[in-house]
Ligand binder design. Structure first.
Ligand SMILES: Nc1ncnc2c1ncn2[C@@H]1O[C@H](COP(=O)(O)OS(=O)(=O)O)[C@@H](OP(=O)(O)O)[C@H]1O
Ligand SMILES: Nc1ncnc2c1ncn2[C@@H]1O[C@H](COP(=O)(O)OP(=O)(O)O)[C@@H](O)[C@H]1O
Length: 207
């Protein structure tokens, strides 16, 4: 009998249709592509480009975007460290369910703390969590500032903004770093193709 968190007397219920059956149906393998980086680094843009490119190859994806999930499931959470941790924990758990459904789940969230990202990685079978770091310097993210949030943060109108007065811990050992330093930034489509090449190489685009 499992005891998990605060609930006791709960048992795992198995179904006769499992992950392998679903993957066979979809002709792909479920996994989580976890895109991390500063606000304005291009996480959502890459997530959409990737979703579109995989869709055109007949592959099923689902995007969990931080901004969007905070409109519903995580609407009760702020940006203080413990709430960011809970935000990431819930998104990690939902992503795990999508991967179990056989879907290529794309999470695009700042996820500033290494410990929180590593905890999400630990939820998945080895190799099924693909961490993608949007390695874009703060200066460039700030110059893009599509939502005007950096400007507000610099003016002190948003407190605890990632990169300004809140931390961001870059990955130490992730599967992919985009864009690479020292060259011109690749276009979102080119970055999506880099991720797709990785998925192909690892066998995720077949059952
Ligand atoms: N204080 C603070 N710090 C960082 N970001 C902020 C903040 N307040 C609001 N926003 C907006 O919220 C988006 C980030 O949400 P996430 O859920 O991805 O953040 S986190 O992973 O919990 O850190 C982020 O979206 P992106 O720009 O797409 O990253 C911002 O638009
Ligand atoms: N590869 C790229 N090259 C140039 N500009 C980009 C690229 N990817 C995204 N952008 C631009 O950067 C800004 C932030 O992108 P967005 O995807 O919203 O970032 P995030 O989700 O990390 O906050 C947008 O204005 C977007 O058009």
């Amino acid at each position: 009998m499992a005891t998990n968190g605060k609930a006791t007397n709960i048992l795992w219920h198995k179904s006769s249709v499992g992950k392998l059956h679903r993957q066979e149906l979809l002709q792909q393998k479920g996994c989580v592509i976890w895109i991390t980086g500063l606000s304005g680094s291009g996480k959502s843009t890459l997530a959409c480009a990737l979703c579109q490119a995989l869709y055109s190859r007949g592959k099923l994806t689902y995007i969990l975007d931080g901004d969007n999930v905070r409109h519903g499931l995580n609407r009760d959470l702020s940006f203080k460290a413990e709430d960011r941790a809970e935000n990431i924990r819930r998104i990690g758990e939902v992503a795990k369910l999508f991967a179990d459904a056989g879907i290529i789940c794309i999470a695009s969230v700042i996820s500033p703390y290494r410990r929180d990202r590593d905890a999400c990685r630990a939820l998945l079978p080895e190799g099924d969590f693909i961490e993608v770091f949007m390695d874009v310097p703060l200066q460039i993210c700030e110059s893009r500032d599509p939502k005007g949030l950096y400007k507000l943060a610099r003016a002190g109108k948003i407190k605890g903004f990632t990169g300004i007065d809140d931390p961001y811990e870059p990955p130490l050992n992730c599967e992919l770093v985009l864009p690479q330093k020292g060259i011109n930034y690749a276009s979102p489509c080119e970055m999506a193709e880099t991720v797709i090449s990785f998925l192909e190489e690892k066998g995720f685009l077949q059952a």
